[in-house]
Write a protein that binds this ligand. Structure first.
Ligand code: HEM
Length: 181
């Protein structure tokens, strides 16, 4: 994955647990890279090893690390210069989720090796949506749960996220406490 992702992992760990914890994680992951370059593509293995090592060092399940990472990603990309792109994707949760593929297509203009996920949003009723998630990668569904929570915070929309289906693709049921404006 692009270095931007690995940089966000570094940033999350360092801001919450400090540099020394990061050094331990890096060592355990056998990743000998001091500075990730946002616009360089790295093997996925690097990201998976960092998540695995973070889980061991912090005593969290890998799913919990991925979920925390997903939630953080919404804040991190906004502060790393992608704020306008996020704003253009929608001003409420439903519009934004409909535009996820368009958002990644825009990102791919500057990251030609991007292998983005694909999403399909289905409206169930005024409070409920179903999000289908398709990826070429394994095991990242907990990250999507975290991303959805981060987006709920971004749009001040209180939501409940249920991982409704696993398999060839994943599905999430998103229930909003109140309809969005
Ligand atoms: C402007 C904001 C965003 C940027 C710049 C961005 C960029 C990226 C990048 C660089 C990757 C790594 C893929 C690769 O290198 O091949 C990625 C993966 C991913 N993105 Fe985004 N993204 C953004 C917002 C979002 C949001 C809001 C979601 C919410 C659902 C999302 C969902 C994902 C997921 C689930 C992956 C994991 C890859 C996979 O499933 O195969 N992204 N994104």
């Amino acid at each position: 994955m692009y270095g931007l992702v690995n940089k966000a992992v570094v940033d999350l760990v360092c801001s919450k647990f400090g540099q020394e914890t990061w050094n331990k994680i890096k060592q355990k992951a056998e990743v000998d890279i001091d500075l990730f370059v946002s616009m360089d593509a790295y093997p996925d293995d690097v990201t998976y090893r960092l998540v695995g090592a973070a889980s061991e060092v912090l005593g969290l399940k890998p799913e919990q690390v991925l979920e925390a990472f997903g939630e953080y990603w919404v804040l991190y990309t906004a502060q790393e210069g992608y704020g306008p792109l996020l704003s253009a994707a929608g001003s409420n949760l439903r519009d934004f989720l409909k535009n996820l593929d368009a958002l990644h297509a825009r990102v791919a203009l500057t990251m030609p090796d991007l292998r983005p996920p694909r999403f399909r949003l289905v409206d169930v009723d005024a409070q409920t949506m179903k999000l289908e998630y398709f990826s070429t990668r394994q095991g990242l569904a907990p990250m999507v749960s975290g991303l959805l929570k981060g987006l709920g915070i971004r749009f001040s929309t209180s939501i409940d996220v249920a991982h409704a289906r696993e398999g060839d693709h994943d599905e999430f049921t998103i229930t909003m406490s109140q309809a969005t404006a």
